[in-house]
Design a protein around this ligand. Structure first.
Ligand SMILES: *Cc1c(COP(=O)(O)O)cnc(C)c1O
Length: 398
């Protein structure tokens, strides 16, 4: 297919095609379900492997008023790439970098006094007012401030606010079991969140945004939407859990399609061992096709013998072990051409498997399947609204 510039596309070993039109449609669909709350597109870990800068920009265009990252480095990289909107980073360790984040107008997060103290010191050092969001542990038991320590954290934040060192812009928390509708922890977490909000209000804090919902809560729990929803996996078109339905059931479309060029096709006799450990033997005379992707590319080694791939019009199963750079599929005597496309996963409408099929095959979740695709696989962006024909970009880190 000709590209916009008319040049022939580069032949590829493998590629992860990123459909930015689907991403925008997912953001619009999520916003429509968010009861008027603002939407934060979570772009941590390079947008779950999809490319944070391109996906962040597309999400903004579709109405995401916030971008969310785990680490401050991820947030600073978005600023360096020119993003001017609200950005929040929530996973901090001693040393920050607080000052760089404050100077870049990133909303930082504090789950305990040590973080608040470092934020106040950094804000004083650079003469700026830090934007701080306080995180309550309403029951997840991971990051966040325990209820017993919350009044102390809130009081310290309020006095730093009075002094001008910071502004508390948000109070927030995170669910443990939102992907299991009706789980008793959900109501308990919401109750504790309301209590945490009451404590903050009584101490004189007036945060701009209160937020608790990830993708599953955005999709199933309107009473958790508050002022802002933080959607990650659903922005990339995956269902947070098969129990909640397929992406199509939820109004979503998978954004990533992972494919590779068949590197070799050969006839082999029956009884031939395949790959390390010979965990697969050809049951009879057959054709084997070599797929040039391995665990260094993020293909789970746990999918050895189980991972599905569309080759020559049919689902095939990985024969033997996934190696670092390659694996083999048994075509059962069918023909395939060298250079023909093998599709590992995508939206599913060309008959290919989905990330959810891979999650099942590897005993994991769709989140991990897309996020682990490594920088050795180039991301190729399809953007019907901006660049008909799509363009290739080097993979992140290349
Ligand atoms: C990753 C993450 C999210 C997004 O979760 P999804 O289930 O992918 O929507 C939201 N909030 C926090 C704190 C996160 O770490």
């Amino acid at each position: 297919m000709p590209t916009a510039s008319g040049a022939a596309p580069r032949p590829h070993r493998a590629r992860a095609e990123i459909d930015l039109g689907a991403l925008r449609a997912n953001v619009r669909s999520l916003r429509a379900r968010a009861s008027g709350a603002e939407l934060m597109a979570v772009v941590k870990s390079d947008a779950y492997g999809h490319g944070a800068v391109r996906c962040g920009r597309a999400a903004r265009e579709a109405g995401a008023s916030w971008l969310g990252t785990a680490t401050p480095e991820e947030a600073l990289a978005l600023r360096a790439a020119g993003d001017r909107g609200r950005i929040m980073a929530w996973l901090w360790t001693p040393g920050g970098p607080w000052r760089e984040a404050i100077e870049a107008d990133i909303d930082v997060s504090a789950s305990g006094r040590w973080a608040l103290d470092e934020i106040v010191a950094a804000a004083r050092a650079c003469g700026r007012t830090a934007r701080v969001q306080l995180k309550a542990d309403t029951g997840l038991g991971r990051n966040g401030c325990q209820p017993a320590d919350w009044p102390g954290l809130v009081a310290a934040a309020r006095s730093a606010e009075a002094e001008g060192a910071l502004k508390v812009t948000g109070v927030w928390s995170h669910f443990a079991c939102a992907d299991e509708p009706g789980h008793p922890s959900i109501a308990a977490q919401l109750r504790r969140f309301h209590e945490a909000l009451d404590v903050a209000a009584r101490a004189g804090l007036d945060p701009e945004v209160r937020h608790h919902a990830n993708s599953p809560a955005t999709l199933t729990l309107p009473e958790a939407h508050f002022d802002l929803v933080r959607t990650g996996v659903s922005v990339y078109g995956l269902s947070p859990s098969p129990e909640l339905g397929t992406p199509a059931d939820l109004g979503l479309r998978p954004v990533m399609t992972l494919s590779a060029s068949i590197a070799l096709v050969k006839n082999t006799p029956g009884g031939h061992g395949v790959g390390y450990g010979h965990t697969y033997r050809t049951p009879g005379e057959t054709t084997l096709a070599l797929v040039p992707l391995g665990y260094a590319d993020g293909i789970p080694r746990h999918a050895s013998g189980t991972g599905p791939v569309l080759v020559a019009g049919k689902w095939r199963t990985i024969a033997g072990r996934v190696a670092m750079d390659q694996f083999v599929v048994d075509l059962g005597g069918d023909a395939a051409r060298v250079g023909e496309e093998a599709v590992l996963f995508g939206p599913g409408d060309r008959g290919e498997p989905t990330a959810e099929d891979w999650a099942r095959a590897a005993g994991t979740i769709g989140y991990e399947i897309v996020t682990r695709i490594s920088t050795r696989v180039p991301r190729v962006y399809r953007d019907p609204e901006h660049e008909p024909g799509g363009d290739a970009e080097p993979g992140p880190g290349e």
